[in-house]
Design a protein around this ligand. Sequence first.
Ligand SMILES: Nc1ncnc2c1ncn2[C@@H]1O[C@H](COP(=O)(O)OP(=O)(O)OP(=O)(O)O)[C@@H](O)[C@H]1O
Length: 613
Amino acid sequence: MFQTFWRFRGAIAPHVWALAGGALLVVFVAAVEVALPWPMKVIVDDVLQPTGSSQLHETPAFLGLAGLSQLQLLLLAASALLAMTVLNAGADYLGTRLLNGVGERAMATIRAEVFTHLQRLSLAFHDKQRLGDLVTRTTTDVDYVRALMVSILSVLLPNVFILGFVITICVLIDPTFALIGLAVSPLLFVTVLFYRRRIKVASKEARSRDSDIAAAMSETFSSVRVMQTYTSEAHHEEDFRTRNDGRRDAGLKVIRLQSMFSPLVDIIATLGTVLVLWIGAQRVLDGTLTLGLLLVFLAYLKALYSPMKSLAKLTTVISRGQASAERIQEILDTAPAISDLPGARPAPRLAGAVELRSVSFGYHGDRHVLHGIDLTVEPGRVVAITGPTGAGKSSVVSLIPRLYDAAEGEVLLDGIDVRDLQVATVRRQISIVLQESILFRGTIYDNIAYGSEGVSREQVLAAAEAAHVDEFVRNLPLGYDTPVAERGVTLSGGQRQRIAIARALVRDTPIVILDEPTSGLDAISEQYVMRGLERLMAGRTVIVIAHRLSTLKRADRIYVLDKGRIVESGRHSELAAAGGLYSRLDSLQHAKDTPALTLVPAESGSLKTETSA
Ligand SMILES: Nc1ncnc2c1ncn2[C@@H]1O[C@H](COP(=O)(O)OP(=O)(O)OP(=O)(O)O)[C@@H](O)[C@H]1O
């Protein structure tokens, strides 16, 4: 339990004074609560029943108030009660505020830490993660840890003090009687221990089911377009129902355990109370105990058991919080698979030579998807990679910006092994345009400037013009300040690609990777995008994954990939004549493209038609 504090000590440390202040205040509240039954005792024993054994009526004498009249005592006791209650309320308010404030602040720090760490973790980690699970860990789990910390300080700590104070006072007043009151404590303790463990296991299960639901939500609603088009709502509903039922059952198990726990504690506590009442009443009758002291004892018994009951309730909060803390820690403990190696140096401004030497690579251990890849691109040249689906084209290009590390062989940039260079300085010199470009929430302008720090507005606008973004932005009422919805769904595929090209142009990197950036576009959009790409490719090293003839013909060299191996390489004309895999793919492409009419947008904005080469 306390290791949770230790675990997140970095986030708590800046608030240690507020934490200490809050803790002191709640302990003060506990002390006042222990003193609260005493004015009542004075009223019962010394105001209402002032006669009897002087030994038993010693409180006013002990407090130096022996000479006061009954009325004066009543007034004093009542005022003390009121004052203590008001003081308690004030300290309670301040303490709760301080502790909860620390909780919120520390959790904001932890959330930020988790987010930053997640961003640093490599693709190999994210490939295996479900987005919903990561969201849950950053939100709900962090909140459960907050509840745990705050509860430990504002419930557990004062209750432990109350227990300590009460037991001490009871023993001081009447050790035998105190022992009777405490007789049931071991039973209570064992019950708490037993249930705590079981509730912790059940809570962890419920938490992982929560993640399941979050994952189902994110998977379903990130592909809502496909889901609705394929009318597969029923399938998603069924899947969700299964996960939801799992969560419900796990939650019900926690509730069952919890609800068994509380009444059990109640029964054991009542057993103790009955015992004290039975013996206490007899002692009051035979005059060895005052009624006021019996009332104090009973109040203390309540004060003794109610912390135990609170601890019972706290069990869930603590177990849940511990499970959540472990889930957060799992993320923070994951070391990024891709990071700067010791001695890595900043990459110099690259000329753009790219070489893969005998590279093998796999996503899962020894199951390689690339085998002995040799590939060379000279600075400023265009190299195309083609091949059937699943051949490993995307895998090859993902090794260049070191999104993954090769298992064997080397990836060299300007002759330097990428692993000897600082990752960030390499990635800053590579731009990627994917099949489907991702836009982020923000304006079109923000999306173009994304990833280029300190870039001027002129540069952004010039890139936008070169990438033919300007053509459609001009017609938008808010122009470049038009907000783009998350994932960019308010724009067409071609428009998104043009923004992505502008983004790459602003970055002005020596190396550009294009992963089929025109696939899935209609002919008109493709022409616009191609024009932007021409601007982007000029003077840079370009590695393009392509199937289209137009792109392949333009390449200085084509590598044909099949089942993770390079099976052919050369220029289009050589490969087309060689009678290998490329020529088969080429004839398929011809069959698809002929007769080919390509629409080319005229500068005026009207369309003209021209026959494809
Ligand atoms: N993130 C991943 N985790 C595990 N395996 C992967 C991952 N990405 C790709 N693979 C596997 O690696 C192999 C090569 O995939 P890759 O995406 O590189 O092929 P590709 O030629 O680009 O295919 P496509 O043309 O369909 O995009 C495939 O067998 C694929 O299943």
